[in-house]
Design a protein around this ligand. Structure first.
Ligand SMILES: N[C@@H](CCC(=O)N[C@@H](CS)C(=O)NCC(=O)O)C(=O)O
Length: 235
């Protein structure tokens, strides 16, 4: 049985099965990416709820795993050279899981870089821009009631990024090629969040992106997505 005692996070949120991957998360657009990938890959894992209402993500134990204080983060007891590894940032987590299993991303060649470029497009563009839009439109609307500029700036950038995705999905079924990959897993929960999380279908004008919304439905309907979108369950 793997000894995880050197990870303070595993002392605060103890593992039932320390030989399984330990996921520390919450079902947000970033959090679900890790759970969906783990479900797709059929890897054994346990999910621990990191509650924002008690600021768990900024606790000493969580920061020891992710000094950036954001979910998700993960420990794989069976990492490189058979040693436990802690890992944070969804781009790194998804790449790690794909490399570990040889699935959800080509192992080499042009196809691998196609996946990586769309993965970076998500973590560097879609996530931060959609997230800022959601902040000003939904969560901090009262703070910018007399100044529409922040919401409009991120709304317009959100629309622009959706236009990029729409253009690509006119050429192929999935974001990075003919196969479903970690690029899709990284990105569809953010587009879905515009509708489900921010109630912004009208203000963004999601009807203008039919291929994108059909792709969201295709990705979300997968059994692994159906499970992963609610892991770990909110209390
Ligand atoms: N670039 C990071 C972003 C992670 C992130 O922003 N997570 C949010 C939830 S969606 C979070 O933990 N927010 C809590 C906080 O900032 O305190 C990644 O891709 O993992």
């Amino acid at each position: 049985m793997t000894d995880l005692s050197r990870f303070p996070v595993a002392r605060r949120w103890p593992a039932t099965n320390p030989d399984a991957i330990q996921l520390y998360s919450l079902p947000t657009p970033n959090g679900v990416k890790a759970a969906i990938a783990l479900e797709e890959l059929g890897l054994a894992y346990e999910a621990h709820l990191i509650s924002f209402s008690t600021n768990d993500q900024k606790s000493e134990e969580f920061l020891s795993l992710n000094p950036n204080g954001k979910i998700p983060a993960m420990i794989d007891p069976n990492g490189p050279d058979g040693q436990p590894i802690g890992i944070f940032e969804t781009g790194a987590i998804l790449t790690y899981l794909a490399d570990k299993t040889g699935r959800l991303m080509p192992k080499e060649g042009a196809g691998r870089y196609a996946v990586l470029q769309w993965l970076f497009f998500q973590v560097g563009g879609v996530g931060p821009m959609f997230g800022q839009f959601g902040h000003f439109y939904k969560f901090a609307a009262d703070k910018v009631a007399d100044n529409p500029y922040p919401m409009e700036r991120y709304r317009d950038e959100t629309r622009r990024l959706l236009g990029v995705i729409e253009g690509e999905l006119g050429k192929r079924q999935w974001l990075a090629g003919d196969d479903y990959t970690i690029a899709d897993i990284a990105t569809f929960p953010w587009v879905r969040a515009l509708r489900e999380g921010y109630d912004a279908a009208d203000v963004i004008g999601l009807d203008a992106y039919p291929k994108t919304m059909a792709w969201v439905e295709r990705a979300a309907a997968r059994p692994a997505s159906q499970k992963g979108l609610n892991i770990p369950p909110r209390p």
